[in-house]
Write a protein that binds this ligand. Sequence first.
Ligand code: PXL
Length: 270
Amino acid sequence: MSAYPVRRVAAMHDLSCFGRGSLTTILPVLSVLGVQVLPLPTTLLSTHTGGFEGFTFTDLTPELYKIADHWEKLGIRPDAIYTGFLSGATQCDFIEDFITRFGGADVLTLIDPVMGDDGELYSQSTAALVDRMRELCRRADIIVPNLTEACLLCDVPYPDTAAMSPTALAACISALLDRLTALGPRRVVITGIVTDRASGVSTAGVDRSPASLDPAPFFVNLPRIGGMYPGTGDLFAAVLVGKLLTGTRFSAAVTAASAFAKNFFIVSSS
Ligand code: PXL
């Protein structure tokens, strides 16, 4: 018998049947980290939405309520709740309901507010989703927006971080981290901060929990690969959840997740 109970994460993400990302990416990653995934497919798509024409899109919200009802009857309790791509603003109501029923002080709640990238909303994302996602973030312990999503949540223009001096960049990101923690989550990570268009990308994080070991903003700097890789954020968040559930310090978990996402895409793009 194992000395440690297996940790379970209820993961709300789409199931895209072609293209790496969401459930197809996070399931194996969390599994090899020793975490059991309880998948809650938010949407069924023929492909992800990043660059394919004419994809199918089925909102699974009614099924999610039925699954949650059944789990409640069985007394199933997750150790973590992790949300990613949602079908739209209305599905945020389900997520709120799920957090109320299955969340709690001992349940890690991580929200990846998947809405856009590179300064643009994804084709399915609406202004209503942005507003509802901002409210949903109040219920999270941790949020992991990319820079685009961080700006949408804070309702500020997308900055040209690559053109900034290191001091201006640090001030800009620290201000965003302050605004995002003011929404409610104690721990915030911002991914995909381009520091040099040719060669640099950073992840920034802060932990404002009472007994935090990482109360000041920290940065993880990595070489930039270039190009767009849908699913990178999902990979990052999955490693972060897995590392945190297995007891890794926040800044070390953010560093490990950033490095893993970068290495994975260097391998897969070559
Ligand atoms: O990785 C973000 C993501 C998740 N799910 C779907 C997507 C995208 C980004 O394009 O299209 C369906």
